[in-house]
Design a protein around this ligand. Structure first.
Ligand SMILES: CC(C)(COP(=O)(O)OP(=O)(O)OC[C@H]1O[C@@H](n2cnc3c(N)ncnc32)[C@H](O)[C@@H]1OP(=O)(O)O)[C@@H](O)C(=O)NCCC(=O)NCCS
Length: 170
């Protein structure tokens, strides 16, 4: 397999990141985004995020292209979104992006990483379980798709610090 480099995203990655996002959005069944992608709006938000100390974007780069991305937003808790383009899946790229995101969240002082995933997205659910996430909730008919359908979502979380919860102190 050609070498894959995981690193923080830079402004010059923008077009490659949008291309990767568009490829996965075109599949129509793994991420929230659907075609047509608002490249200008999304690109502006990503560029703004690069200057935000409470967020981090990572890219997986191989053969001069962006083959995966991960974004972690906020530190209390940190929300994660990620993708690997078709053709590069099943080779450890998702694991590497997720590991980098978790390390960043921990070092940024976040107490938890949280995410949502479609119930049919077995690959992603397995990836998150493998990295210690557990299911914390189930949202019924929660997200409207562009074709009008309402899709369920699973909420998963990874606590990053031990300690008593409010309930356990009582
Ligand atoms: C989910 C996704 C990020 C996984 O990335 P990946 O690079 O393919 O994953 P990896 O190769 O690092 O695999 C790590 C683990 O994920 C799970 N996994 C990956 N592909 C899988 C598949 N096709 N079926 C079942 N489990 C799978 C396994 O637990 C795997 O560990 P293993 O290799 O020891 O079995 C990738 O499939 C993807 O981008 N899918 C489309 C976009 C998406 O779903 N994003 C997440 C939205 S919540």
């Amino acid at each position: 397999m050609p070498p894959v480099r995981i690193r923080r995203a830079e402004a010059s990655d923008l077009e490659g990141m949008l291309d990767a996002y568009e490829l996965v959005a075109a599949e129509g069944r793994y991420i929230g985004g659907e075609l047509p992608v608002d490249r200008t709006g999304r690109g502006t938000r990503w560029l703004e995020g690069l200057g935000d100390a409470s967020a981090a974007s990572f890219v997986a780069e191989a053969e001069g292209a962006i083959v995966g991305t991960a974004g972690v937003t906020g530190t209390g808790p940190s929300e994660l979104g990620m993708l690997v383009v078709p053709g590069w899946r099943g080779r450890g790229v998702g694991s590497a992006l997720l590991a980098a995101s978790i390390i960043w969240a921990r070092e940024a002082g976040s107490h938890k990483v949280t995410l949502q995933v479609w119930p049919h997205n077995t690959a992603a659910i397995n990836l998150y379980l493998k990295h210690g996430f557990t299911q914390e909730g189930y949202l019924h008919r929660h997200w409207r798709r562009r074709n009008g359908e309402l899709w369920d979502a699973i909420v998963m979380g990874l606590p990053l610090e031990d300690g008593a919860t409010e309930a356990s102190r009582q």
